[in-house]
Design a protein around this ligand. Structure first.
Ligand code: BF8
Ligand code: SF4
Length: 645
């Protein structure tokens, strides 16, 4: 039963579709994520500080860094060791999630190469060949299929132990690679680094907290310049390089008179075949027979981002919308693959006619119908799922249908390739605008929603402050959806940008907030940063760039933070990570890393203050490059004003 009512809704989100659905949750007595958070409070202080440990059965242990309680676990581990081990395990779990997703796409490429599936083919032969060249795979007199087979075989090595260096990491500037070599953080094999985290953090292995964290960084780098980058690159090869397209976002994308199918999760393999099946005339005929006008697909979370940027499929919402979209009463099927799908969706669905269909054998949900996905028979599975959804339309209770808002238009789907095309084939116009100061710098605003913070507020306010001050914003994941819903991802939003950035955007016909895709697509930001640094002949840490994850919740976000900072990009987190039980680790991450990787983390939940930290950082970088720059200290730091919860 929901516990949040009245004005309480407005404290939880800035999005009006969220407010409307929370009201319905209350009316219907349906529990939401916010209610369950309230029941958890107060959450464990030791866990928040990162000083609880349940790695072995001599524990669980808690150390009390600020009080008179125990200062060591049973084995003797102190706060530094426990926080470092916990953080390393978070990074490994995040890196493993992205990288296993990359592996699934790689296996599909391999099956295409072996001729074992007709559900997929090579959409981008040129990109395939470019990747083949990077991996030393010959392409002469070979068909695309043969190249795919050989490239896939070679890339499989990235997950193993034969490599001393991941090949895609050589895209980074040489100076950056030297740092990784010198610090022993150059990523070797993706699985190797992840497994080594588990080994080192077993009781009685690595007890040097700096050493543990350096390996955690190496593991993060194996995600950014390995697993996630493979996921992005091969998704482009198989499904197409994204190009900007105008579509829409928020719960208003659902249609009252059509069969609505929600595509939720992260892996585009399944959603691609569902998109194909939903266009099948047989299915459309079946839908009409059941009284629906058509079949409407809508995305959620990162699967939504994948199909948004390649197919223009509208986006129903971000992380906190997954239960709420079922409460529209208009969803025939929520098709899930993996990651960020809360187990509660099946309970919410049980209050409606909605079927939750799980599809990956590694991600089953009690209460869901499971259709085992396999790329070899992807087409039939796509059809089976669409048919199940279509047939469920007759079970819809029209009196319970409530689609609360009108959809917000967005321009989405910028890849580095399509961005370069917009710029006329070279990054020079962007670099020139940065050099002159029309654009001060660029910031990636990325990551999740977290019910501990007012939904979307951190993303949207930070983005607004940055673009007002002529800082180009690139967005991925749930941050992209927040900005899309708020209207910042249309070319018209250039009006709200500063004169310099606004002028560039108007001339190019692009928004000041560019959608670069899903969370694995944060690697597009790495590739862009590396290309800009290489063009200028500097390392990435010299560029006027920053990253921000204002509302992160996921272990994947921690892995992203690790590889972004280790790649030389200053990063601000809006949610405090569980490290504050170790003053040493806080000092290392917020100061010490500067001397090692040329970048640090900061934690600042207030978006207005975070924007100032970023602006000051960017002006410092500009001055160091000899570009026209403001005195960073002349940018005043505001008092905390924004109510965050
Ligand atoms: O990988 S931003 S809530 S959906 S973890 Fe999840 Fe976070 Fe959304 Fe995408 Ni990324
Ligand atoms: Fe306790 Fe040490 Fe075991 Fe952790 S590893 S639970 S601190 S005894």
């Amino acid at each position: 039963m929901t516990t949040i009512s009245g004005d309480g809704f407005k404290k939880k989100s800035i999005a009006d579709d969220t407010w409307a659905m929370m009201e319905i949750a209350q009316r219907e007595g349906i529990e939401t994520l916010w209610d369950r958070l309230a029941k958890q409070e107060p959450q464990c202080g030791f866990c928040n500080l990162g000083t609880s440990c349940r790695i072995c059965a001599m524990g669980p242990c808690r150390v009390d860094p600020f009080g008179d309680g125990p200062q060591k676990g049973v084995c003797g581990a102190d706060a530094d060791i426990i926080v470092a081990r916990n953080l390393a395990r978070m990074i490994a779990a995040g890196a493993a999630s992205h990288s296993d997703h990359g592996r699934d796409i790689l296996e599909t490429l391999h099956r295409v190469g072996e001729g074992k599936t007709d559900a997929y083919s090579i959409s981008e032969p040129e990109k395939l060949k470019t990747l083949a060249a990077e991996y030393g795979v010959t392409t002469d007199k070979k068909s695309d299929q043969e190249i795919a087979a050989d490239l896939a075989w070679e890339m499989m090595e990235d997950f193993g132990m034969r490599r001393e260096k991941l090949p895609l990491a050589s895209r980074a500037p040489e100076a950056r690679q030297e740092i990784w070599e010198k610090t022993g953080t150059y990523p070797r094999g993706i699985d190797r680094e992840n497994v080594e985290v588990l080994h080192r953090t077993h009781m009685g292995v690595d007890n040097d907290w700096v050493n543990i964290l350096l390996h955690a960084v190496r593991t993060g780098l194996s995600d950014g310049w390995g697993g996630s980058m493979i996921a992005t690159e091969l998704s482009d090869v198989l499904f197409g390089i994204p190009t900007p397209k105008t579509t829409s976002m928020n719960l208003g994308v659902l249609k009252a008179d059509e069969v609505n199918i929600i595509l939720h999760g992260h892996n585009p393999m399944l959603s691609e075949v569902i998109v194909a099946a939903a266009q099948d005339p047989k299915m459309l005929k079946l839908a009409k027979k059941g009284g629906a006008k058509g079949i409407n697909l809508a995305g959620l979370c990162c699967t939504g981002n994948e199909v948004l940027m390649r197919k223009g499929i509208p986006m129903a919402g971000n992380h906190l919308m997954q239960e709420l979209c079922i409460m529209t009463g208009a969803v025939e099927a929520m098709v899930v693959d993996y990651q960020c799908i809360i187990p509660a969706v099946t309970e919410t669905a049980s209050c409606y006619h909605t079927k939750v269909i799980s599809t990956f054998d590694k991600a089953k949900f009690p209460g869901a119908e499971h259709v085992s996905f396999n790329p070899e028979n992807g087409l039939e599975i796509g059809q089976q799922i669409v048919q199940t959804a279509v047939e469920n339309f007759t079970n819809r209770v029209s009196e319970r249908v409530h689609i609360p808002v009108e959809p917000a238009p967005v321009m989405a789907g910028f890849s580095i390739e399509s961005l370069l095309e917009v710029l006329g084939g070279t990054p020079t116009p962007l670099l020139d605008a940065i050099k002159e100061g029309a654009i001060r710098g660029a910031v990636g605003v990325v990551g999740c929603n977290n019910p501990k913070l007012k939904q979307d507020l951190g993303h949207v306010e930070l983005t607004k402050r940055l673009i007002e001050n002529d800082i180009l914003v690139v967005v991925t994941g749930c941050a992209a959806v927040a900005n899309g819903k708020a209207g910042l991802m249309m070319p018209e939003a250039a009006e709200t940008a500063g004169k310099g950035l606004g002028g560039v955007c108007k001339a190019l016909g692009i928004p000041p907030v560019l959608h670069l895709g899903s969370c694995v697509d944060n690697t597009r930001i790495l590739v862009l940063a590396a290309a800009l640094a290489n063009t200028l002949g500097v390392d990435i840490d010299a560029l006027p760039l920053a990253g921000a994850a204002p509302e992160w919740y996921s272990e994947k976000a921690v892995a992203i933070g690790a590889y972004v900072v280790a790649s030389g990009i200053y990063t601000i987190l809006g949610t405090a990570p569980p490290i504050f039980g170790s003053a040493n680790i806080v000092k290392l991450l917020t100061e010490g890393l500067q001397d090692v990787f040329g970048a640090t983390f900061a934690v600042e939940p207030d978006p207005n203050r975070a924007a100032v930290l970023i602006r000051r950082h960017i002006e410092k970088k500009r001055a160091n490059l000899g570009l026209p720059a403001l005195d960073p200290e002349s940018i005043p730091m505001p008092e905390v004003e924004v109510a965050l919860t």
